[in-house]
Write a protein that binds this ligand. Structure first.
Ligand SMILES: Cc1ncc(COP(=O)(O)O)c(C=O)c1O
Length: 406
């Protein structure tokens, strides 16, 4: 199990005060805090190894290249990919999804269909809108039920021989719902379609094995799993990546250039144009080491305990409505509203108590509309959060009720 007491000492930011109060950071679905080990890895990279990668033949360049390549290998092992060739570093999960959507925008034809779900983040909606607009392909949506879970029968119906791709979030950033992505990938493959998983909210929070899921592509971001900002991951099956066009051209992504033409570098470098985020990769390696030491199964267990406690305590407050399924079926993400109080007001009052949550549409406007709300308050937990912090959230919400007179 995770010992939060000793672990919290690794996170310098957790000892700071906000508005004179102890910081209670519950906005982890947006981005997580960084332990000393990650901060130190970035610092040490710049202090002792900084250089460009894959280019010069000197000691520093060798060291930087080794750190950068090693981060690809560690990522491959972290999600059980076949090899580092299947791991492309991007700017973030959004860019990773865009790499695939860009390729589809060259290959789809009128009459082809893409299947998404009603619970997608804008990052797994808008790139597909663009692909559909460019090609005349059609987008269909898998619906959600009253518990915030996918209606699997309806999903089975809309995936047909016309479907080219099913792109689905592994875990919703609003409802917390964990989707049966293995089953969805099987349904897609049965109809000859590919399956892409938006794993921005799953890889940080539970063991994820791309081979077991059987997906073709998968995207996530380092900053949501203790790593630095500015680094995302696209996993793709090797033979698919071989046939995927790069999104950005120039720099390290070429093999041969003449005045007339160019050929692309080997995987994964053909997708990594220009000088990459080497310091970010060094930090990401340290983040993965940290999580591996904790054990992703323990991360999941810890979040589940927190989610159970939070849902129980939240449901004791009159006028609080929680969205999404029971704790066992979700990650440590809990969206809720307080009757007659705008989520921004709730978030502002919580902030004045030192409690950081997210209030708003969470980059899921269509889902908000479907739920009949403008936004929600979202508390999301990670490895360093404690039961006491959830109790502090509950006390502060009771204060909101008093201040807002509801
Ligand atoms: C489900 C989901 N997908 C995609 C993203 C996009 O991640 P990034 O902003 O790191 O590109 C997020 C970020 O919140 C997310 O929650």
């Amino acid at each position: 199990m995770i010992n939060t007491k000793s672990l919290r000492a690794d996170f310098p930011i957790l000892s700071r005060k906000v508005h004179g109060k102890r910081l209670v950071y519950l906005d982890n679905a947006a981005t997580t805090q960084k332990p000393m080990q990650v901060i130190q890895a970035v610092k040490s990279y710049y202090e002792s190894h900084n250089s460009n990668v894959h280019r010069a033949v000197h000691k520093l360049s060798d060291e930087a290249t080794e750190a950068y390549d090693e981060a690809h290998e560690k990522t491959a092992s972290f999600i059980s990919a076949g090899s580092y060739e299947e791991i492309v570093f991007t700017k973030n999960a959004t860019e990773a999804i865009n790499v695939v959507a860009n390729d589809f925008s060259r290959k789809l034809k009128k009459g082809d269909e893409i299947v998404l779900t009603q619970m997608e983040h804008h990052s797994n909606l808008v790139p597909w809108f663009n692909a559909a607009k460019m090609t005349g392909a059609k987008i269909k949506y898998a619906e959600i039920d009253g518990n915030g879970e996918l209606k699997m029968q309806q999903l089975r119906k809309i995936i047909t021989k016309k479907t080219r791709l099913v792109a689905v979030t592994h875990a919703s950033n609003v409802l917390g719902t964990i989707n049966p992505v293995k089953e969805i990938a099987e349904i897609a493959h049965d109809k000859g379609a590919l399956a892409m998983v938006d794993a921005a909210q799953s890889v940080p929070n539970m063991p994820v094995d791309v081979k077991k899921i059987g997906c073709d592509f998968l995207a996530f971001s380092a900053h949501k799993m203790l790593g630095p900002t500015g680094l995302g991951v696209l996993y793709g099956r090797e033979e698919l990546l071989e046939n995927t066009e790069p999104l950005v051209f120039g720099g390290d992504m070429i093999k041969e250039v003449t005045f007339e033409n160019a050929s692309w570098n080997d995987l994964p470098w053909k997708f990594e144009a220009g000088t990459p985020n080497v310091a970010g990769a060094a930090g990401f390696s340290a983040a993965m080491d940290y999580l591996i030491k904790l054990g992703m199964g323990n991360v999941r267990k810890h979040e589940l305990q927190l989610a159970k406690h939070a849902m129980k305590r939240l449901s004791e407050i009159r006028g609080v409505e929680i969205y999404g399924p029971q704790a066992e079926k979700r990650t440590g993400v809990i969206s809720f509203n307080m009757k007659d109080v705008h989520p921004h007001d709730v978030s502002s009052i919580l902030d004045s108590e030192g409690i950081a949550v997210r209030g708003g549409h969470h980059c899921a406007m269509p889902l908000m509309r479907l739920l009949g709300i403008q936004g929600s308050v979202r508390a999301s937990f990670y490895v360093y959060n404690t039961m006491e912090e959830i109790d502090a959230l509950i006390d502060a919400l009771n204060k909101v009720k008093k201040i807002m007179k509801v």
